[in-house]
Design a protein around this ligand. Structure first.
Ligand SMILES: [Zn+2]
Length: 319
């Protein structure tokens, strides 16, 4: 099998670092979905690591929890300095892509970690965070998640300020989990391209986490990228298969265009998996499936990595 370079826009592995999981991230094992050897084996050149703010910290303690996750990431990486290469700038990105080391980008999933303060956003940036998913499924100080039954509530004034500040300092805006109203308002607000790091197409699977065709078109018009997820619930409600996930890719390529399509598998964030995509080592099989669906070599490169790299090059600070 030809080895493809892959950028994966979303995983929840850091949660396991923090929980002192008994698995070793730097050794190949069969615990969880990701470890360094499996990332390398699968051709992952850049993995976005999300710091997912658990619901239990929503009301209080979200920032401290976020910092605990971040600390656990850095402490884990310290144990194996030649392991992942955490990137903070465009220069880091370019250097990482020219090296054999797998790059990592840190992102927070859940804007409640800011505890309503732009100062916290800026300090998280200084601590290495380069992306922020504005909401998870619920409402927070920034916006409303799609789990709320409040379709007319979108971005808050603070949410708009956060996006503007992120544009200014060089952080990636992630619109996975935000509701429809907030999605369009965020696209309008952001001066830089945004991503939807892990979601699929609603035309093929009517799950609220998936994007409708007009959302897909709006995302592409704004130069953003959607990372297609391997979460079975977003693929098909009855019989999720790799073939059906490939249908989602083909659909998004048709509706949004192949320049706006990527991968955001959501490994270590999903409990159920699709056959053939049991862990990160399934991604090369998925890409072989895309090749069989007729995507050209150039299109495959866009989907697997260059689309996300294009967005990161626009968003990240120079140095
Ligand atoms: Zn998520």
């Amino acid at each position: 099998m030809l080895k493809h370079k892959i950028v994966d826009a979303h995983c929840d592995t850091v949660g396991f670092f923090q929980e002192k999981s008994d698995y070793d991230f730097f050794a190949r094992n069969n615990k969880h979905h990701i470890d360094l050897p499996r990332l390398k084996e699968s051709g992952i050149i850049l993995q976005v690591f999300a710091l997912y703010i658990k619901e239990e910290y929503k009301a209080a303690g979200s920032l401290a929890y976020c910092l605990r996750l971040l600390d656990s990431y850095y402490r884990t990486m310290q144990r194996f300095p030649g392991g992942l290469r955490t990137i903070y700038s465009r220069t880091d990105l370019i250097n990482a892509l020219n090296s054999s080391r797998t790059a990592a980008l840190l992102s927070v999933e859940g804007g409640e970690a800011l505890e309503g303060e732009l100062a916290v956003l800026r300090m998280l940036f200084r601590l290495g965070i380069r992306g922020l998913g504005l909401t998870w499924n619920h409402k927070n100080q920034l916006a409303t998640g799609l789990g709320e039954k409040d379709p007319h509530s979108g971005l808050t004034p603070f949410g708009r300020q956060v996006i503007r500040e992120m544009n200014c300092i060089g952080m990636l805006v992630d619109l996975a989990h935000i509701n429809r109203q907030g999605f369009f308002e965020a696209l309008e607000t952001s001066s830089a391209p945004v991503v939807v790091s892990h979601a699929n197409a609603q035309a093929f699977c009517n799950h609220p986490r998936n994007l409708t065709d007009d959302q897909l078109r709006a995302l592409s018009q704004a130069g953003g990228v959607i990372g297609m997820s391997c979460c079975p619930h977003f693929v098909d409600s009855k019989n999720p298969t790799m073939d059906k996930l490939l249908d989602h890719f083909v659909h998004v390529a048709e509706v949004a265009g192949v320049d706006y399509l990527g991968i955001g598998a959501d490994f270590d964030g999903i409990e159920q998996v699709i056959e053939g995509l049991e862990d990160v080592t399934g991604l090369p099989r998925l890409i072989e499936g895309l090749v069989k669906r007729g995507f050209s070599r150039e299109e495959i490169a866009k989907i697997t990595h260059t689309n996300f790299i294009r967005v990161l090059e626009k968003v990240l600070p120079t140095t």
